[in-house]
Design a protein around this ligand. Structure first.
Ligand code: GLV
Length: 386
């Protein structure tokens, strides 16, 4: 017998590509130690050694989120999977969900919540701005949601949402608080328990410096009580947190097979979290802020404008730079990549075509990289004047 579809020539060539400096909003470059961890021999998904890796990931995620939540684990999937896992476990059809939308991620959460049957209400400010506590309090009083979603690091606009007081508002109204920290965790102070956050998730490919594909998530006791009181079954088997909590050894029962975890990606996440624990959050937060301030000053020295005017509302990990009139934003991005193998990104969703986004995340958050990206950006803008 002969195969009918012949092997593609392209698959017979070695896998090769240039090294690129990933200075967009993620993924960021992985430290060599994280890449090396992925090359360790495979284990079975319930082997004792792999369960121990999972326990390391749980401990690392608790540290990164600053939580004591028992149900803290990593979803097998990207940040979108963690967003979906959070929403599908908490939301039941007809639930009122309030989404604070000041960019792409609020819009994405609203879409997901609607797909899970929620009655979605939004509170909106333009990209580049953040919500005041009074904005959120008024919306909660108006809509009486059972879940409120806030994005801590809105990477489409480079804003960091202050969260102080939001947890108290939610608790006073029997509402759960869901926070997206995909772009921010590790790069700016964040305290899940002290802020009264019920569900929080992040991605591996940003500050943690691991490849995308496994995403830490944590559920408070209040959140788990809501799950237990559901009138309907969680519509996703894959993301059912009760099943996941068992597989991850977060409940009292013996671990059961639920799905086959992405073993090598979990090694990488473990190593990224281990590096964060070694550096410590305090030092990592300070490093990101120091580099971001250097970048912000450098951008202004080039005569460019930052989208987020209020420095306190700026996300240290992703900076949005307004594209000046007379410059072709896309050609600038292409110039940085083709001439220097440096990635900067365009806008996303409501900021598409209006800003460039420069990421400073994890391994890439260094003063040397800030100087390099500023130099490359300046050259590209000069070359791409229309
Ligand atoms: C992805 O996270 C992005 O902000 O583009």
């Amino acid at each position: 017998l002969r195969s009918v579809v012949r092997p593609a020539e392209r698959l017979l060539k070695p896998l090769q590509f240039p090294h690129k400096l990933l200075m967009g909003p993620g993924p960021s470059n992985c430290p060599p130690r994280v890449l090396a961890a992925q090359a360790l021999p495979l284990l079975g998904h319930l082997h004792a050694e792999f369960c121990s890796v999972m326990d390391d990931v749980k401990a690392g995620a608790r540290y990164a989120f600053q939580t004591a939540n028992a149900v803290t684990l990593a979803v097998s999937g990207t940040g979108h999977a963690a967003m979906e896992a959070a929403i599908c476990n908490i939301v039941e059809p007809g639930d009122v969900v309030l989404i604070a939308k000041n960019g792409h991620w609020g819009a994405r959460a609203a879409d997901m919540a609607a797909r899970h049957g929620a009655d979605v209400r939004t509170i909106v400010v333009p990209p580049g701005e953040v919500f005041t506590l009074a904005n959120i309090a008024a919306a909660m009083a108006e809509h009486a949601p059972s879940l409120t979603f806030v994005c801590h690091g809105e990477s489409s606009a480079g804003t960091m949402q202050p969260l102080e007081g939001v947890g108290e508002l939610c608790r006073a109204r029997d509402c759960l608080l869901l926070v997206d920290t995909v772009a921010s965790l590790g790069g700016a102070p964040f305290f899940a328990d002290a802020l009264g956050i019920d569900v929080v998730y992040t991605g591996a490919q940003k500050v943690i410096g691991a490849p995308p594909g496994v995403s830490p998530i944590s559920f408070s006791e209040r959140a788990m009580a809501r799950v237990a009181a559901r009138a309907t079954r969680v519509r996703s088997y894959y993301f059912d947190v009760v099943e996941l909590a068992n597989y991850w050894g977060c409940d009292a029962g013996p671990r059961r097979y639920h799905h086959t975890a992405p073993i090598s990606s979990m090694y990488a996440l473990r190593e990224g979290l281990s590096m964060l624990a070694e550096e410590t959050l305090e030092v990592c937060w300070e490093r990101h802020l120091r580099c971001a301030r250097l970048l912000w000053r450098g951008i202004e020295d080039l005569g460019l404008k930052l989208l987020v005017e209020n420095e306190d509302a700026r996300l240290p990990t992703v900076t949005a730079v307004v594209v000046p009139d007379g410059v072709a934003w896309k050609r600038v991005v292409e110039h940085c990549m083709s001439k220097h193998a440096v990635e900067i990104s365009g806008g996303l969703g409501p900021t598409a075509g209006k800003v460039w986004r420069i990421g400073l995340m994890g391994y890439n958050a260094t003063e040397e990289n800030v100087r390099r990206v500023l130099k490359v950006l300046q050259e590209a803008i000069t070359a791409c004047k229309m």
